[in-house]
Design a binder for this molecule. Sequence first.
Ligand code: SF4
Ligand code: SF4
Length: 300
Amino acid sequence: MIQLVILSGKGGAGKTSLTAAFAHLANKDPRIPSVVFADADVDASNLELVLDPHKLESREFRGGQFAVIDPEACLGCGECETVCRFDAILREGECCRVDPIACDGCAACFYQCPNDAIQMRSQVVGEWHLSDSAFGPLYHADLQPAQENSGKLVSTVKQHARKLAEEEEYDLLLVDGPPGIGCPVISAVSGADLALIAAEPSLSGIHDMRRALETAHHFGIQTLVCINKADIYPAGSAEIASFCREREIEILGTIPFDEMVIEAMTQGQPVTRYQPEAPASRALQEIWDRVVNHLLNMNN
Ligand code: SF4
Ligand code: SF4
């Protein structure tokens, strides 16, 4: 089983429409007979909008811990306040309470309290799901707004997807990575064999692509690049191409700006399925063929 992760330095570079097209193309490609999908963009999970999933199983996801003080048991000694490095303990009359927003969950106060007045609790901050999609099994998740721990949720989604792929001997695990370079991206790229970066020729495009490349290289993952909406700013595309050439990073192809991509997304379909002859679909098919060549070489 090979793990391919699709990345971009920031959101809006066409990562999910690329992943959705790959899901469709993989599904009808006899060279890659079986694929498991993981949507690792848990803060803005939208692969499901185009893969038409039917949920088979959902599980709660619990976030990090936070401290709670029992006012009945609190002696008001202030020991917890002394050890809290996050200023999360607030005085309230004769006793203390915890500001759950400021609390880091370190549990220092829990161990320090002389009267066992503090409990550590966790709360449900999201859900992860296994779904049957139009193109194969899909693991995805919803994180509640303004919740942290998205890196841990990405790890959870990936672990389950990987377990299924290994146990049932799937050929490919295709991961739609989160944008940016933070913890969720690190969770998404860990264990990947190959990363494909969707770069966009905007003014910040090279900067965003470099961030994604640096993250992948840090983990020793082979990286490839494709340029999305390459014709909207040819000078930017040329700059991306020159940057990659200098660093011997292969550019698999360019995808032209194509309104059909947006139309397909609004219809809840990968563009390659919605309009196979659209310019973007033809470009995506060529890029997919080159990706498959890399995957097959890695398997040999
Ligand atoms: S350490 Fe325990 S008893 Fe002392 S103020 Fe904090 S919660 Fe209350
Ligand atoms: S768990 Fe840590 S951060 Fe939270 S209140 Fe206790 S000492 Fe402060």
